[in-house]
Structures are given as C-alpha cells and as structure tokens.
Design a protein around this ligand. Structure first.
Ligand SMILES: Cc1ncc(COP(=O)(O)O)c(C=O)c1O
Length: 442
C-alpha cells in the first residue's frame, strides 16, 4: 500500500469513529425529542463517500455523478437519468426540453398544459416560466392526485401536455391518463419527486411519461442535500435535456472523454453558419440553457443512499401502515388516504384532511401536535390559484376546484420516514388519541 492509500484508509477509519461519536442516535424522550416529519437517514457510509469525493477534489459533475445517473436509470428502468441540483430544476429542465426548437413538435408560447391546482409550486412554475398556460384541474380527495375525469373538460384546441405529480408517493391513475394523452397527442411529464420506488400496475412511476423528475432534498426517499434528476427513455429528449441543463451547449463529452477528439469523435470539426473555419463543439450552444448540474460530492452521497433505498422504501411502507391503522378509528373526523388497487405507493408522508363538519379544525389539531413536538406540514400550496405569487398568472381553471380549496383549508401531513422508530410511532398515535378522545366521548 502506498502512502496516499494508507492516509486514505486512516481518514476513513477516523470518519467512522467520528460518526459513532458525533452522530450516534440519542434516546427518544416522548414530548421532548422532536418527532420530525422527515429528515436525512444516513450512517458513516455517506460521510465517508462525501469525504472521499472531497479528497479526489473533482468538485463539479464528474465520475460519481455519471455513476449515480447510471444507477438511477437502471433502478427506475429508463434509458437516461440526468442528475441536477434540485427537483425544481428537474421540472424546469423537463418542461423547457419540450419547448426546444430541436424537438419535432415543440410546445409553443400560449400552448396549454393541464396540471392539478393542488400541488407543489415548482411543478407549475416551469409552465409559466416557459410562457405556457396552465389549465388547473381539481384533485381527488384521499389520493390528492389529478382526477382523470377532469381531463376531458380541460381539453381545448391549444392543449399540448399534462404535467402531473404523484402526490406524497401515491401514484396517479396512469392507465386512463396515458390513454387520454395518446388519444389527443399530448405529452406527459411525471413529477415523481415524492415517489421514488412507487409502482402502478407493477411499473415504476417515472417510466410512463415522456419525461419525469425526482428530488433528493432531505425530506425525500434518498438525499443528496439539494438535488434531483430528469428521467427519459427518449434519446433525443435526453440530449436536449442535457443541453438545457449544461449551459445550452451541444457537446455531450463525459468527464473522461478524450479532450482532443471529444465524445462526438470530431470535436474541432463543427460548423457555425457564416464562419469559414470549423468550430469547437464544446462551445456550440444550441439551447437557451442554464447550469443546473449536480456536484460530485452530492452524487457520492447519493450513491451511498441508493444502497439503502430498498430498506428505506420498506420502512416507509411499514410506518405508513402502522399510522394508518392507528388512525382508522377516527375516520368519523379524519379523511385518511386512499390509493388505487393497482398502486404500490412508496409513501413520502401520510396526509390527513379534517372532515367538513368535524368538531375541530386543522389549526386545532396541528397546534396540539406541534406543541407536543410532533412535526406537521401542510399539503404544499393547497389550491395554487389562491397563492399570492400565482394569483395573477395567465391560466384557466376547470370548475371551482372545491377539493383543492378543502386541502388548502383542512389538510396536513405527518411523516412516515425511516427515522421513525416504534417509540415515536407509539407516541404519535397516543398524542392523536389524546386529542380526539374528548370528541368521541362527547
Ligand atoms: C411534488 C414536488 N415537486 C417538486 C418539488 C421540488 O423539489 P426540490 O425541493 O428538490 O426543488 C417538491 C419538493 O418537495 C415536490 O414535493
């Protein structure tokens, strides 16, 4: 072993020791320890992976980002995964890709995109940012997903695409959605940011649409800190998406492509109209792009997290089932989640809606839980049309969006993430029971 290798081994051993000292889980004290709705779940492997990436000091997207992309694509079952710096960036890349002048039937300014009013704002923002018009449809109560029955009334002669999200890991009814999309020649983008590992009809979400997206923010199924990915099985869309992510450039060299010839094999032989001499492919810009790449340190953490993903998903499903069963006696007051018989959700969280007419409000229950150190979150934007930043955008709505309004008023969620152990789940259920008991007895 040479000296560099020996030093690396010593560093790695120290990191493992440091992890055990500094990050060791502390005992849970009911009422005092905060019960998070989500969070990073990791061990020394993630710390070692990150430090090794720092020791190599590639920093930008490099060998680890490429491995991460390959493993993600294999796991989901798509031809290409592109790592980006957030789920929001992934959505921006996906929508912008479909607007490319290099795509055969690009989305044009003023074209309409059907999307649920209830969801995360950055599912909708890229539609507006690309000068397209969102057509907001209502969600179903229980699944909180786009209601397929709303597609027909949403259709116009400008409709070109559907942007949907698999809310909190619960898959949209992709059968009727894809039938409708095919019948009307619409593109489909799946925001699978909350749904890594979810299947519908035995098939991973993210493989149905033309493009799909993931988020690796710490609340999600795996984390890279900030991070996300764009998925597609269409090589042409993949090439455009990569270009949109990478400053708009045409070049697809990987980190180790030979610099003289490039991945294309003729790097210095490209043409720019009006120029006599050939041009370097690395500086040929074919899209109005951004720089949204993931760094190699983030990808290193992501690779370590992917090793744990099957266990993470199993724990999320287990925790969901225990909480769901524990809350079932209160269905008189609470609308609990529902899911399709074709679905196998890899849950992000457990949504709860206070039933209209219940003798308490969401605010009453949420403040009760929060005061007892149980974290809650609202179901994102509720009805986005009512959010200050979205009130004035050009859009259409289908109907009055009553379910989205109910979510805005009465829905919240609690966590099911793998960091919840038995003691925390028991405490959560007891705290719910303490709140609801007086209403049951009265
Ligand atoms: C459905 C959905 N889409 C997009 C995002 C944005 O992801 P990010 O926070 O990585 O930008 C989120 C965030 O949680 C989300 O829930």
């Amino acid at each position: 072993m040479n000296q560099v290798e020996q030093l690396r081994q010593e560093i790695t051993a120290k990191i493992a020791a440091y992890y055990r000292q500094a990050h060791a889980p502390r005992p849970f004290v009911p009422g005092e320890t905060r019960v998070h709705y989500a969070g990073r779940v990791y061990d020394e492997q993630e710390l070692i992976a990150a430090v090794e990436a720092v020791l190599d000091f590639w920093l930008t997207a490099g060998p680890r980002a490429e491995s991460f992309e390959q493993r993600l694509a294999e796991y989901i079952g798509v031809r290409r995964a592109l790592a980006v710096n957030s789920g929001s960036s992934a959505n921006l890349v996906a929508v912008t890709t479909l607007c490319s002048h290099r795509w055969e039937r690009p989305l044009e300014p003023g074209d309409e995109v059907i999307t649920p009013a209830m969801g995360f704002p950055t599912t909708v923002a890229p539609i507006v940012q690309n000068n397209l018009v969102p057509v907001f449809v209502d969600c179903q109560l229980g699944t909180y997903n786009l209601d397929p029955a709303q597609l027909e009334p949403a259709l116009s002669n400008r409709t070109r695409a559907i942007c949907l999200a698999h809310t909190l890991g619960n898959p949209v009814e992709m059968g009727p959605i894809m039938d409708f999309a095919r019948a009307h020649g619409l593109y489909v983008i799946e925001d699978a940011c909350d749904a890594l590992g979810t299947t519908y009809d035995g098939r991973m979400v993210g493989t149905f649409g033309d493009l799909a997206t993931l988020s690796f923010y710490p609340a999600h199924h795996i984390t890279t800190g900030e991070g996300g990915a764009v998925l597609t099985s269409d090589p042409h869309l993949a090439r455009i998406a990569r270009s949109v992510r990478d400053w708009g450039r045409d070049c697809w060299c990987s980190h180790d492509s030979p610099s003289s010839k490039g991945a294309c094999g003729h790097r210095f032989e490209w043409q720019i109209p009006g120029l006599d001499e050939p041009y370097d492919h690395r500086y040929l810009f074919v899209e109005i792009g951004y720089n949204l790449k993931m760094t190699d340190v983030q990808a290193a953490i992501g690779l370590a997290q992917l090793d744990k993903l099957p266990d993470f998903i199993a724990a999320r499903k287990r925790n969901f089932t225990r909480l769901y069963e524990g809350l079932k006696p209160y269905e008189e007051f609470l609308i609990l989640p529902t899911w399709s018989g074709r679905a196998d959700p890899s849950w992000f969280a457990l949504p709860i809606t206070i039933r209209p007419g219940a003798p308490f409000t969401r605010h009453n229950l949420v403040t009760w839980l929060e005061k007892r150190n149980i974290e809650t979150r609202l179901l994102f934007a509720g009805n986005i049309v009512r959010q200050p930043g979205y009130r004035h955008i050009e859009h259409r709505t289908v109907g009055d969006l009553p379910n989205s309004d109910l979510v805005l008023r009465s829905t919240f969620f609690v966590g099911v993430y793998p960091g919840l152990d038995n003691a925390r789940i028991v405490y959560m259920l007891e705290t719910f029971a303490d709140f609801i008991r007086p209403f049951v007895d009265s």
